[in-house]
Design a protein around this ligand. Sequence first.
Ligand code: 2P0
Length: 324
Amino acid sequence: MNGRGFAVACANIALAKYWGKCDEALNLPAVPSVSVTLDALVTETEVVVDPALAADLFTLGGVAQDGGAVRKVSEFLDLLHGGAPRECARVTSHNRFPSSSGLASSASGFAALAAASARAYGLDRTTAELSALARRGSASAARSLYGGFVELPAGTPGDGSLAARPLHDADWWDVRVVIAMVTKAPKDIASRDGMRRTTRTSPYWDAWLACAPGYARTVREGVARRDLEAVGAAMEASTCAMHASAWAAVPAVRYIRGVTLDALDRVEALRREGTGAWATMDAGPHVKVLCAAADAARVAEAMRSAPGVVDVRVAKPGPGIVET
Ligand code: 2P0
C-alpha cells in the first residue's frame, strides 16, 4: 500500500485552561477546558505510507528528526492501528509559526497528524474519533479538529473515548487574539513534565482542581452570550490559577518571564484606558490578548511597543481540520 494523506490544522488557545491529567496512560485531562481555534497558527502535514521503509521518517520544518521526535510519531501511528502490525510511513510536517515555544504547535501538529495518517492508511474515522486519537498525542490537540469555539471535557480514568466537542463555529463571534511573542526559543519545561510535577508536588494542585471547572463553565456561558468582559475575566483567572499552581510545584514550573510581566502591564494599561483586552499565557512566556475585532489594531500596536516583544500576530477564530 502506498497511501497518502494531507491535512491542515490550526492551533488553538485555551480560554479556560487544561492543566494536569486524571489518567496519564490514556492522556485524559483532569479538568475541562474551552478553546478558540486560531487561523494564524497553522500546521500542514503529509503522511505517505511506504512499504519499502524499515522505519518511520519524520521531517519537521525541512529538518529530518531523530530520537524522541520520531518515536512520538511512530507511537502515534501505532495507536492509530491499535497496536496491530503496520507499514512504515514518511511524515512531513511544517508549522507556519515557531515550534515548541508555547504557541500550541503540538495541538495543531497532532490534529494534522491524526487526520493525515488515518487518510494515508485508508482508515475511515469520524471527526470525533480523530479528536480522541489526537488527544492521545496531546490533549489540547483534541480541540484542534474543530473550528471556532471548542470544549474538551474532563476525562474519566480508564475511558479512552474522550473527544472534544464543538460549541460554536468560527463565525459565531468576531473576536481577535493578539499574540505577543517574547522569544523564539523553545520552552524549557515540556507541558507534560510541568503537569506531572504540578500534580505530584504542588500544594495548590487541589485548589486548581476545585476552581478550573467553574472557569470553564463561565467561559462556555460567556462565549454563548458573546460576553467579552465575562470571558476575558474568567480567562485571566483561569490562566493565573494554572500558572500559580505550576509555580508552586517543587521545583517550580515557571513559564512566566520578566517580559511576560511587562506585556501583562501593557494589557492592564489598555484596560485602564478603556480598551477591552484580557491576557492569557500557556506553557511558555508569550502573552495572548483577547479583544474585540474593532480593537485589534490598537491592542497589536500596544503589544508591539511592549519591552521584549519580538513579534506580534493577530489571529481570528479559524476553521477545523481540512484534509485532502
Ligand atoms: C491548554 N496547555 O489547555 C493548556 C494550557 C498549556 C497550558 O494543553 O501532555 O501539549 O501533550 O496533553 O496539550 C499544552 O499541553 O499537553 C496545553 P499533553 P499539551 O491548552
